[in-house]
Design a protein around this ligand. Structure first.
Ligand code: SF4
Length: 317
């Protein structure tokens, strides 16, 4: 039996805007295995959140496929769509904005339980209390409102709400970006613990390459709508190929002040091109220190350069 839970096959998600076609997701292929975490990393505006929403079935890809357990999610009938909404959940960057400000925490957590008719009456209350405990909150929090909580606690509420329907996959869209560093570590540890207990899979979307290392099995680096590197998490920090990945990694501060003083940061020149009406060239060619003639003429494909390690760069063909 296949271990693949979710598969993106050459997915393109475009938007028609005044000046042309905005290619937010431009030919992404990626698999996510059961129980695995893939970290999706890139600068703001690179298309990673659009990719997350494409997986959530909020945006229909212009072309390509999204397969969940082997079936295209855009061929689903009504009942399958309803089931998919239970099995794939999302956690958002701003927990406050994603919670109902006038809804009590218990009812917010139970949204999915009520929609899917999973528990009623006393069983519903017991389930909410169980979820509060699972995410490190207290029983008395059930009747409080979101404004009474800190940012980290609100994110715990968001996680409890996602877990309430017993999903298999959670799309975590910048779930720690709005939190203090110490709280970020707590949320990452909580997600890891829950994954171990429940066998969850995560797509962990972030612009922060340092924290994503703690949770990811593999890391996918995205630039201007496309994946430019994909590798096992530990490997990509030691051995990386794409000039963009190298620049991103060189920006991570090092805790040891002696080593930090010797850190050589790769500063990229040039502007990020507009994702509108992208040309058939390497999308990184305007900023790449290694740019060649060929890079301006054709777009490199994502190719395996060592076992399980892929990059999209003409230097490695
Ligand atoms: Fe740089 Fe060319 Fe590789 Fe693009 S294909 S990253 S421009 S060397």
């Amino acid at each position: 039996m296949s271990n693949t839970l979710l598969e993106l096959k050459n997915a393109h998600t475009y938007f028609q805007v005044e000046k042309g076609l905005l290619k937010a997701v431009n030919g992404v292929s990626l698999t996510l295995r059961k129980g695995e975490t893939v970290g999706l990393v890139g600068e703001s505006g690179c298309g990673k959140s659009t990719l997350g929403k494409t997986l959530m079935r909020l945006y229909k890809p212009h072309s390509g496929q999204v397969l969940f357990k082997g079936k295209d999610i855009w061929t689903y009938k009504r009942k399958e769509k309803f089931q998919y909404r239970k099995e794939v959940q999302m956690i958002f960057q701003d927990p406050y904005a994603s919670l109902d400000p006038i809804g009590m925490v218990g009812d917010t957590i139970a949204e999915g339980i009520d929609i899917h008719g999973l528990y009623k009456g006393k069983a519903r209350t017991s389930r909410i209390l169980e979820l509060l405990k699972m995410v490190g909150l207290n029983e008395e929090h059930i009747n409080r409102f979101p404004y009474e909580f800190s940012g980290g606690q609100r994110q715990r509420i968001g996680i409890a709400r996602a877990l309430a329907v017993e999903p298999e996959l959670i799309i975590c869209d910048e779930p720690i970006s709005a939190l203090d560093v110490s709280i970020q570590a707590q949320i990452v540890n909580l997600l890891k613990k829950l994954q171990k207990e429940m066998g969850l899979s995560y797509l962990f979307i972030t612009h922060d390459l340092s924290m994503v290392r703690q949770i990811s099995d593999r890391i996918a680096v995205m630039y201007l709508g496309s994946l430019v590197e994909l590798a096992p998490s530990e490997e990509i920090y030691e051995k990386n190929y794409h000039p963009y990945t190298r620049a991103l990694l060189s920006a991570i501060p090092i805790a040891d002040p002696k080593v930090e003083n010797t850190r050589k940061r790769i500063l990229l020149s040039g502007d990020v091109p507009s994702p509108i009406n992208l040309k058939e060239e390497c999308s990184f060619c305007m900023r790449c220190p290694n740019v060649m003639e060929k890079c301006r003429k054709s777009r490199p494909e994502l190719k395996e350069v060592s076992p399980g390690h892929f990059t999209a760069c003409h230097l490695y063909e």
